[in-house]
Design a protein around this ligand. Structure first.
Ligand code: SF4
Ligand code: SF4
Length: 397
């Protein structure tokens, strides 16, 4: 472990915390566990102690000992039980870049061999299979086989104007595969010349950042950029907000990139998607990476409001204050029970709106909320915004 994992600015931020506790109130992990040790305030206090204990001068002056491996591991246990949702950063009155710090601490703890064992699984899966689940990457576009009317090329074309970058969850997780099916049908309806990358799509690298392995993303970035260039595409569309943010922040600026909500909202404005009436009351869950992360709040709402017959009700906490679904930060792999508790709180808030369906714009949110709703028989439908729009497409049943 080394204090060099942190910039001077980050080390100053640790000292700037006023311990006002606003982040404790806002943290879904604290609410889901009733454990204040998962809060930003506790984490900053601990980090300050550890940084000081590691500083050579401080020790030479006789103040304290270097942190033991046991102490580091105990700290790691709290650090990785966090969804990286950014709500603490949103509410912090001092304006501390808390999520930036959480990534640096994870990187530090991995370098110090004080991290949960599940992190090794993410590293191995991405090394060996280029996807987060360790599945055969050649099967990335197998979901197309569930589309009886798919074209012969199976949406993996030699050349195309637009690439639909599917993402690991939608590619491999059966429940989420309804999302790429809806996207393909909507793009076909609007006559978009698009292609998938198929087996040439590798994980975007986002799970590596959350795993404290951000120094290993280069190979994935190079592969994905080369695969898109080979198809001659200029535009890339993502239905996964985490892939989208990853491209915004860590990929070279060589293509025009869109979250699918922005792309579809544009098609609706151009009248390229004829819609029929849907009799449904819906609420919308802002995915952390799309809302607080990428600042996209209006496009999904524009889509929902454009569907005739749909009644839209906001969650009590919405837009930048929307609470996490429990699916972020690799939390499901590290602490599935906490992830489910956070999902329970989310679904309580959804039920309180009286909506018949909760719509999100993220494969992982849909997966987390659907799993909780099914297991606990919550009488609310969970769907991605692409599925909602596909249902409303004229001529679809
Ligand atoms: S909200 Fe900011 S200043 Fe207040 S306790 Fe949390 S980290 Fe510290
Ligand atoms: S990122 Fe979210 S889960 Fe993690 S400490 Fe901040 S508010 Fe809590």
């Amino acid at each position: 472990m080394s204090n060099k994992s942190y910039s001077i600015n980050q080390l100053m931020q640790i000292q700037a915390c006023t311990n006002c506790q606003a982040c404790v109130e806002a943290c879904p992990a604290v609410a889901g566990s009733r454990d204040g040790k998962l809060s930003a305030a506790f984490r900053l206090t601990e980090l300050g102690r550890l940084v000081k204990a590691r500083a050579g001068l401080w020790r030479r002056l006789g103040f304290g000992k270097a942190p033991t491996q046991k102490a580091l591991r105990a700290f790691g246990d709290t650090v990785f039980r966090c969804t990286l949702c950014g709500n603490c950063r949103q509410v912090c009155p001092v304006g501390l870049d808390l999520t930036g710090l959480w990534h640096s601490i994870r990187q530090d703890l991995v370098a110090s061999d004080a991290y949960p064992g599940k992190i090794d699984l993410i590293r191995e899966n991405l090394n060996e299979s280029h996807n987060v689940f360790g599945e055969d990457n050649e099967e990335r576009a197998e979901w197309v086989e569930d589309m009886p009317d798919a074209p012969d090329h199976g949406y993996v074309k030699q050349r195309a104007e637009v690439i639909y970058f599917t993402g690991c969850v939608s590619s491999f997780f059966p429940l989420a595969q309804r999302i790429p099916i809806a996207v393909a049908k909507l793009f076909d309806a609007a006559r978009i010349d698009f292609s998938l990358l198929g087996e040439d799509e590798w994980c975007c690298g986002f799970p590596l950042l959350g795993a404290g392995l951000g120094d290993r993303i280069d190979e994935l970035v190079e592969n994905n950029v080369a695969a898109i260039k080979a198809k001659g595409a200029r535009q890339v569309v993502f239905a996964c907000p985490s892939c989208y943010r990853m491209w915004q922040e860590h990929y070279p600026n060589e293509f025009e990139i869109f979250h699918v909500t922005e792309f579809l909202a544009g098609l609706l404005k151009q009248d390229r998607l004829p819609l029929q009436k849907l009799d449904l009351t819906v609420t919308y869950h802002d995915p952390c990476d799309l809302g607080r992360g990428a600042g996209t709040f209006e496009a999904p709402r524009d889509i929902i409001r454009s569907i005739p017959g749909v009644r839209f009700v906001e969650l009590a906490n919405n837009r930048e204050n929307c609470s996490c679904c429990g699916g972020g930060g690799n939390l499901e792999m590290i602490d599935a029970e906490l992830s489910a508790n956070i999902a329970a709180n989310k679904m309580k808030a959804v039920t309180a709106t009286g909506a018949q369906a909760v719509v999100s714009a993220c494969q992982q949110c849909v997966r987390t909320m659907t799993t909780f709703a099914k297991r606990n028989k919550v009488p609310v439908a969970v769907m991605d915004i692409t599925q909602l729009l596909h249902q409303a497409l004229a001529g679809e049943k």
